[in-house]
Design a protein around this ligand. Structure first.
Ligand SMILES: [Zn+2]
Length: 580
């Protein structure tokens, strides 16, 4: 019979729970010194070894081969202080092999170790029963009765009250171990109980630790594994060793023998690497028009767009690392060489802008009913990133009477956009640089003379730049405003679409940020004014602005079309974005 890996390799000794050594060493020491508490609270995310350690504790307390067991925690609340250092190496450790250890380890019925799932036994009746049963002494001299209560935060206040009475006057050799993912809720429901418990906080298991453990387990199983496959499982397990092992089970059950990236993708429903690389190529080649069929194919294959977006961010992050001259860890050889081949086709600021845009939509993406549309818009934007620069040149050329060429782009400067840090990711993304750090060179793009049409045209980018400064309120205000006038002295006047005093004040107080964002594109900007909109907006005041906006858009569309007919299909997507 096939035994699940998580079960087969469940630790039998404290030393095996190396990842939580701060907890296992303390518990082992407590047993070795005969100073076991009556109540423990084990807190931490799911799958990090809380129940496992509770069982090892129960095994250690009841191990038949434990030296001189009689001295341990003899009577009452204060266990005896007799030292148990008889066998120094294994002091406090269970043998893991005797009948008692085996029974507890496998979770099979034991009179002295009782596991309770509070999620299904949360009422006061259960707690009363528990209390009554706890009054009975352990089955034999020298044994301990251990209650392991899982999901302890699910217990009701009444249940806690009943338990509190036991913990206040604990029967000899009765020990409670509560495990929870949510200690806060216990504090709220049963603060007095908390003070009776010795608390341990388990740490989230890092991807590196998950990979180390998987490597050990697979070696013991005689199964080979590719590094990128292990990395993928470690990422998907998200800090849970149990999940990592069951995912591995899942992949192995597909019967490919070796653990490969392809097998892992198949088992986890991840998007094939080739799809990502194809999209990256499409962005590099600026084939905006091909975005729609590519995303359509993904939709047909039934992928989870949210998972896809996360994978895309991982790939862009890896590309950024490679573009900056570093290495991309945790990717396959195929991807690594593809990223290296594209090294010079992406600039770091462009990659940062893409990552910033993903971080921007990620919070609401999973819940959106428009995932496909959002993804398409995003990818079209990525594919057109460089085009916007070309468009800038074009417009500036027209504005300057066609004189300016971009032959010396290195002499001008542009503020690089910074992505907001993605809160989801604790793992350091391969040397992702801070935007203000020295590693993100400013993108060379010529600045233009201040011009109302061009300013309207570039307004979306300017708002994006303010967004990257982390000013969400200011961004909201700017999204409802448009430039309506520029002066020869460098004053920009903006006006809100609708009267909104709060937005007006927000923009006024954020004038410095707006000006610095504008200064990335235009020369000679000195001042920002907000034109107040009167309550009943005069119908005529709205007309010039709309004309300006529409004209700018039409001009831009015409120019793009003239310049590159293949972009026709993408214009619509671009408009969508501007209208947002
Ligand atoms: Zn034993």
């Amino acid at each position: 019979m096939y035994l699940a890996l998580a079960r087969k390799y469940r630790p039998k000794r404290f030393a095996d729970v190396a990842v939580q050594s701060h907890v296992s060493n303390t518990l082992k020491g407590a047993i070795a010194r005969g100073r076991v508490a009556h109540g423990y609270l084990l807190c931490g995310p799911r799958g990090v070894g809380k129940t496992t350690l509770a069982r090892v504790l129960a095994m250690a307390l009841n191990c038949e081969r434990r030296a001189h067991g009689a001295g341990l925690g003899a009577e009452g609340t204060q266990p005896s202080e007799e030292t148990q250092a008889a066998s120094p190496a294994g002091a406090g450790e269970p043998c893991g092999e005797c009948a008692s250890c085996t029974r507890i380890w496998s979770g099979s019925a034991s009179l002295d170790v009782i596991e309770i799932d509070a999620a299904s036994n949360r009422g006061v009746d259960d707690a009363r029963e528990l209390r009554e049963r706890a009054m009975y002494a352990p089955t034999a001299e020298g044994r301990f009765k251990v209650y392991i209560v899982d999901e302890a935060h699910m217990l009701t206040r009444e249940a806690w009250n009943a338990l509190l009475k036991i913990l206040e006057e604990p029967p000899p050799r009765v020990i409670f171990v509560f495990a929870t993912t949510d200690p806060q809720r216990i504090t709220q429901a049963a603060a007095p109980v908390m003070s009776r418990l010795q608390r341990f906080d388990f740490k989230r298991i890092s991807p590196v630790e998950v990979r180390e453990r998987l490597t050990t387990v697979l070696a013991a199983e005689g199964v080979g594994a590719d590094d990128d496959a292990l990395a993928m499982i470690a990422r998907a397990a998200d800090g849970s060793m149990r999940d990592a092992l069951s995912l591995t089970d899942q992949v192995l059950s597909m019967g490919e023998g070796r653990l490969t990236a392809t097998a892992v993708r198949g088992a986890l429903g991840l998007v094939p690497e080739d799809e990502y690389l194809g999209l990256l190529e499409l962005i590099a080649e600026r084939r905006a028009v091909d975005v729609f069929p590519a995303v359509g194919r993904l939709a047909e294959s039934g992928i989870d767009f949210a998972v896809f977006l996360a994978g895309l961010a991982d790939l862009l992050r890896a590309q950024l690392a490679v573009t900056l001259g570093g290495d991309a860890p945790d990717v396959s050889d195929q991807t690594r060489s593809a990223l290296r081949a594209r090294r010079d086709r992406f600039t770091a600021p462009d990659l940062l802008r893409m990552l910033g845009a993903i971080a921007e939509i990620e919070p609401f993406y999973r819940k959106s009913s428009q995932q496909q549309l959002l993804l398409e818009t995003l990818l079209v934007r990525f594919a057109l990133l460089d085009r916007t620069v070309e468009l800038e040149d074009l417009l500036r050329g027209i504005g300057d009477g066609g004189g300016a060429q971009t032959s010396t782009p290195s002499t001008s400067r542009r503020v690089p956009d910074a992505p907001r840090p993605s809160p989801r990711r604790a793992e350091p993304p391969a040397a992702a640089p801070r935007a203000d750090g020295p590693s993100a060179p400013p993108k060379p793009a010529p600045r233009a003379a201040l011009d109302l049409n061009v300013l309207c045209e570039r307004w979306g980018d300017i708002v994006d730049r303010v967004r990257s400064m982390g000013r969400p309120m200011l961004v909201s205000a700017l999204e409802h405003a448009l430039p309506v006038a520029v002066s020869a002295q460098g004053t920009i006047t903006v006006q809100l679409e609708q009267p909104n005093e709060i937005f007006e004040k927000t923009i006024e107080s954020g004038a410095a940020e707006v000006l610095s964002a504008v200064a990335g594109t235009f020369d000679g900007v000195t001042r920002l004014l907000v034109r107040r909109v009167e309550q009943p907006a005069a119908p005529t005041s709205d007309v010039p602005r709309r004309l300006t906006e529409d004209q700018a858009r039409q001009e831009r569309a015409q120019m793009l079309r003239k310049k590159d007919p293949a972009l026709d299909a993408a214009i619509e997507a671009l408009d969508l974005e501007l209208l947002e």
